[in-house]
Structures are given as structure tokens and as C-alpha cells.
Design a protein around this ligand. Structure first.
Ligand code: FE2
Length: 430
């Protein structure tokens, strides 16, 4: 075997599992495999998981924080205006350099698949060309899926539809949209219809920024679900953000959730961003501005957490750590039960993998040998500690490593180092 991971804990709760890897694929899993590996990793007490997946990101804007200025109001709309100021000054070289740097961060964090929106409202399609180049360059170590995103509105921006079609012809994978940014609710609905019909005609997936506002009457997710159902796009469509659902009338939501389930539309919440951008017009009480994650999950709808932004016009922090995303999502959604916390871990691993349609994802024999050894015993501890990624493996090769996070302590009568893991105790206390 090329690589053998010994004695791992798995996300499903199994313990003491060996994982044998050959030719970039998982060859076998089970307790105490007799095979020998050219390299062996002792994963005793560590969670081994398929890689993190980010279902929602903006790689064309990432690491541009402060260019040309910072967002003073902290609102979505100032962020969009700021991005508009920056766009004419973008160069392909700088875009590629920033994106590649972010991908380095991602790999070091065990994040090996990203769905990134790319703005197609610049007639030069500079960002599209740059991110297609980045996609080619990172392909050996990271799956980058691109969404053609009409940031300035499909109908508001006169060349957006033509540009979107050009971007798809150039190799962009997914059809995007932003109905709540069109001039009227009716225009928003019309944009959803046009985009879904185009996706159906081309056999493509759809992922729209949808109802990213605090307006309780924003209804584009309803239209997206209805169009998905009408066109038979079940399982290929995601609604991103859906923050208006937070503010909607409960009776209306009780009708909306079954419609989303029926049409197989997935939901992508972006907790770090929506907890900071939404509710900005409120005094007190301030709305949390994240979509109804536990209720969507309870209705059987796939829900992923996305990072959305890292150091850009909308968000000044972040480092590509999907455990930080899960941590924030868990808090905002008040998902503190054991099963709920595990669902938050799934929302940054297996669920987004399903939404992206990733091929060969998982730890079963035959899957790609892509995995992360975490310095944590289980998914809950991984979120609690934003655990160190001890080893990140892509196609059977170790591509990133980090030491365990241990602090040295110098206190009289106390141990010489701090162990945040409380090995065994957390389980006993449950
Ligand atoms: Fe977004």
C-alpha cells in the first residue's frame, strides 16, 4: 500500500479503523488491516474525515481587504458598491495570485473542494479567465467549481445574460443569480425563470444568491423551488443565503419548507457573513439574519455552511477554516445538542460534497484517497477546538501537515503543558 492510516476514529463514530490507500484511492478499511504501507500514519485518538468542502465562496474578491478602502457601514450594499469601485482596477495577475494564496490556506486547513461564484458583470470577463486559470493550476490538489454570478443583477446589468452565457461557454460550471438585487420582485422572479431555463437547456447545476436580505416578504426561494420543480432540476439546485427566511412569517415558512423538499432544492447558509451583514437596519432586538437551519434540516433538506468571504469588501476576517464556519453556524442556529453539533460538521463536509456533486467523495473503498487527520477525537471536539489538521491527504499523498496545538505551561505544581482535548472526559461526561 502507498499509505496506511492506523487506528482512526471516523465521523460515523467507528473507532480503531485502519485505512489502506493505493493508487490515489481508498483500497480497504477495517480494524487491524494486515497490509503494510510504504508510509504509515498513527491516527490513534484522532478523527479522520473526508476533506472539508466549502459550498459558497467568492474567490475573485478574496484577500482584497482594504482595496481601495474598507467597508465603513458593514452592510451588503456598501460591500457591493466597494467591489464596483475595485473592479475596474483588477488585473488578472493579481486575481490569480490572491486566489492561489487562498488555495494554499485552504489546503493547509484540509479544505479540498470549493464552489466559488465569479462575477460576470465585467464585460472583459477578467475574473472568469483568471479563476479558470486558477482552477486548472490547483486541480491536482483542490476541486474548484465555478458559478457564473451576475453580481450587478441579471436584468439590471444590460450585458449580464450575454456575459453569463459566454462564461459558461468558456468552462464555468454552474449557473448563478441574484434575484433580490433586481429592480423589482417581479424582475427577480423573471431572472430566476430565465436562469433556470438556461440551466435546464444546458444540463447544468444552479446556485443562486437568494433573498439575502432582512425583508420578510422576499419570495425568490419560492420561485426558485417552483422553477426547479417545473423544469425537473431536482437535486441540482441550491439557494444560497436565504436570510429573509429568518424574518418570514411562520405560517408562510410552514408552506415553503415542503415545497423546497419536494423540489430537491438545497440550502447554503453563510453564518460568518450573515451574522455580520444582516440586521444592520435593526435597533434592538437585532435579528440574527441566518436562515432557519435546524428547521430546514428537520424538513429533510440538504443544508451546507459556506465561508462566503475571507478578507474582502464584505468581511475582514477568516482564514479558510471550515471548522470556524461550523462553529459560528452552530452558535447562531443554537444547535448545541450532540446530534445537532454533528449535523454542523456534516454541513462543512459530506452535505456540501453532495450539493457540489463531487465524485468519489468519502472514506469507502474505491473513493478518492482525500482525507484529513484532525487533532480531535470526534466531530464535536473538532468544532470546539477548531482542531489542528495533523495531516491533509490528497489522492493518497500528504499535502499539508501541522503539529498538535499544545501550549507549554510554567506554573508551580501544575503540569508542564496544557491539553485542551480532555481525552476521554468529554465522552464520560455525556
Ligand atoms: Fe455570496
Amino acid at each position: 500500500m502507498d499509505l496506511l492510516i492506523r487506528n482512526a476514529n471516523l465521523p460515523d463514530g467507528k473507532k480503531g479503523i485502519d485505512i489502506a490507500i493505493e493508487g490515489g484511492r481508498i483500497a480497504a478499511t477495517g480494524p487491524a488491516l494486515s497490509a503494510q504501507g510504504e508510509r504509515e500514519i498513527d491516527a490513534s485518538g484522532c478523527l479522520v474525515t473526508p476533506p472539508f468542502v466549502d459550498a459558497h465562496f467568492h474567490m475573485d474578491a478574496t484577500l482584497s481587504y482594504g482595496l481601495p478602502r474598507v467597508n465603513q457601514s458593514g452592510t451588503l450594499l456598501e460591500g457591493i458598491a466597494l467591489w464596483g469601485e475595485l473592479k475596474p482596477h483588477l488585473t488578472q495577475e493579481a486575481l490569480i495570485e490572491r486566489a492561489l494564496q487562498y488555495c494554499d490556506w485552504a489546503v493547509a486547513r484540509g479544505l479540498l473542494a470549493i464552489r466559488s461564484h465569479v462575477d460576470i458583470c465585467d464585460d472583459r470577463l477578467l475574473a472568469v479567465e483568471a479563476l479558470l486559470e486558477v482552477k486548472r493550476r490547483v486541480a491536482p490538489y483542490l476541486d474548484l467549481q465555478l458559478v457564473a454570478f451576475p453580481q450587478d443583477g441579471l436584468l439590471r446589468s444590460p450585458t449580464a445574460l450575454a456575459n453569463l452565457k459566454r462564461a459558461i461557454a468558456m468552462g464555468v460550471d454552474v449557473v448563478g443569480g441574484i434575484p433580490h438585487f433586481e429592480r423589482t420582485m417581479a424582475d427577480g422572479a423573471e431572472s430566476v425563470r430565465i436562469l433556470c431555463e438556461f440551466a435546464a437547456e444546458k444540463g447544468l447545476r444552479v446556485d443562486m444568491h437568494c433573498d439575502e436580505s432582512d425583508d420578510p416578504h422576499s419570495r425568490h426561494i419560492e420561485t426558485l423551488a417552483a422553477q426547479t420543480h417545473r423544469l425537473g432540476l431536482h437535486g441540482r439546485v441550491a439557494g444560497s443565503h436565504l436570510t429573509s427566511m429568518h424574518s418570514m412569517d411562520n405560517y408562510y415558512v410552514s408552506k415553503l419548507l415542503p415545497l423546497m423538499k419536494e423540489s430537491g432544492v438545497a440550502a447554503i447558509a453563510n453564518p460568518l457573513i450573515n451574522i455580520t451583514l444582516q440586521g444592520r437596519h435593526d435597533t434592538y432586538p437585532k435579528r440574527r439574519g441566518m436562515t432557519r437551519v435546524p428547521e430546514l434540516m428537520a424538513a429533510g433538506i440538504d443544508v451546507a455552511f459556506g465561508h462566503d468571504c475571507v478578507m474582502d469588501p464584505w468581511y475582514s476576517l477568516g482564514s479558510g477554516d471550515m471548522l470556524e464556519v461550523a462553529h459560528m453556524g452552530l452558535h447562531v442556529a443554537q444547535m448545541t445538542g450532540q446530534q445537532a453539533m454533528r449535523a454542523c460538521f456534516a454541513a462543512v463536509t459530506e452535505t456540501p460534497a453532495r450539493i457540489l456533486g463531487l465524485d468519489g467523495y468519502g472514506l469507502a473503498p474505491g473513493c478518492h484517497a482525500d482525507l484529513v487527520v484532525l487533532d480531535a477525537g470526534d466531530a464535536v471536539e473538532a468544532i470546539r477546538l477548531r482542531a489542528a489538521r495533523r495531516h491533509v491527504v490528497r489522492r493518497g499523498k500528504v499535502v499539508a501537515e501541522a503539529p498538535p496545538a499544545v501550549s507549554r505551561l510554567d506554573l508551580p505544581g501544575r503540569p508542564s503543558q496544557v491539553d485542551f482535548r480532555l481525552a476521554g472526559l468529554a465522552t464520560q461526561n455525556r
